[in-house]
Design a protein around this ligand. Structure first.
Ligand code: ADP
Length: 337
């Protein structure tokens, strides 16, 4: 296997995953999804067959990678992972021909896989075979190589960017939703016990962090790690409610969990563009790339009703004006009576 392909197949790093739940039971929340996966996994195991291909859809940090690894743990096969955008056709062929029966191939950001690479995936997914060129130039022959019965688990933040035929080849499609504050609080409590060394945290502080995690497990974990550092240096190391509040203020996380990037986005939209702008202009004005805006910043603002997407652009909603202390656009309009 070439070095490049080795790099594509990211090594499974235990430390990176040490806070990740390892089984469906340990995975917090997303009850319907867990129930569905439990059924599919057990049915496949009973039939001694590979699982159908699975597409995991949802904003970043909700647990797509974690679930892919859990599926592999529960099935008891191998786990290989690759990142969609960097993959070329030959890389894919090398990865696929090295898979063993029952292996999970996890492809992150699968919507960013090049179109022709996606297409060469079709026969692999459907008929477990791949066409490979032998030799070079016009005299090159094509040989068909059979593949082991693997399961492709694709993760995407943008399902709509996958072509229809590609989407249809995933027998199981799962949409992850944001977590409740209660679920996030449970996770924060578990993380604080699993950290080395464990960190002492008051229940009220867990709640405070949970409410400011934007319904996202990755944010909860990062907040906990940042606040732990703050408590270590500025206090006794114990995360009391007061220390948590102080630290969150220090890290510029407001009471809704919005960070400086979110607030800059909203205030630019309101102040510079009078509350309505196209993606391109907005991206330039906040010096952020369009993809980060669409995939990281906007989904949560849409969820909490701070933003709407219209054919004429992004529109800031009343609650966003109120939250940032701007007069509502209705109040600012001139009156003619
Ligand atoms: P995604 O692949 O959707 O971006 P990840 O699977 O990388 O998200 O999850 C981000 C982090 O959040 C991981 O470190 C994982 O430990 C944690 N996490 C995600 N979902 C859960 C969950 N349901 N319960 C506990 N921790 C979770």
């Amino acid at each position: 296997m070439s070095k490049q392909v080795q790099e594509l197949l990211e090594a499974y790093d235990e430390t990176q995953y040490s806070l990740r739940p390892q089984t469906l039971k340990e995975f917090i929340g997303q009850e319907t999804i867990k129930e569905r996966l439990h059924i599919h996994i057990n049915a496949a195991k009973q039939r001694k067959q590979a699982l159908e291909h699975i597409l995991l859809v949802g904003p970043p940090g909700l647990g797509k990678t974690t679930l892919a690894k859990i599926i592999s743990n529960e099935m008891g096969g191998g786990f290989k992972s690759a990142v969609g955008p960097t993959m070329e056709r030959l890389d894919l062929a090398t990865i696929l021909t090295n898979l063993e029966a029952g292996d999970i191939l996890f492809v992150d950001e699968i919507h960013r896989m090049k179109g022709y690479v996606q297409e060469s995936m079709y026969p692999a997914m459907e008929d477990y075979k791949i066409d490979l060129p032998v030799g070079q130039g016009p005299s090159a022959d094509i040989i068909t190589v059979p593949l082991s019965r693997f399961t492709l688990v694709g993760a995407t933040t943008r399902e709509g960017l996958l072509s229809g035929p590609f989407q249809n080849r995933f027998g199981i499609r799962i949409h992850l939703g944001y977590y409740t504050d209660d679920e996030i609080q449970i996770a924060i409590n578990q993380y604080s016990n699993r950290l080395q060394p464990p960190v002492e945290i008051e229940e009220k502080a867990e709640r405070e962090l949970a409410c400011r995690s934007r319904g996202t497990m990755r944010i909860a974990k990062n907040l906990l790690l940042n606040v732990r550092d703050y408590a270590t240096v500025k206090s006794t190391g114990v995360i009391t409610h007061a220390v948590a509040q102080e630290a969150l203020e220090f890290f510029s996380i407001d009471e809704l969990g919005l960070d400086k990037g979110d607030r800059d986005y909203l205030s630019t939209l309101i102040e510079k563009f009078s509350g309505r702008a196209g993606l391109k202009s907005l991206a330039v004005a906040v010096s952020e790339d369009e993809r980060t805006i669409e995939e990281v910043i906007e989904p949560y603002l849409l969820k909490i009703g701070f933003l709407s997407l219209t054919p004429t652009g992004r529109v800031a909603a009343d609650p966003a004006y109120a939250h940032l202390g701007f007069p509502s656009p209705q109040d600012a309009q001139p009156t003619f009576f």
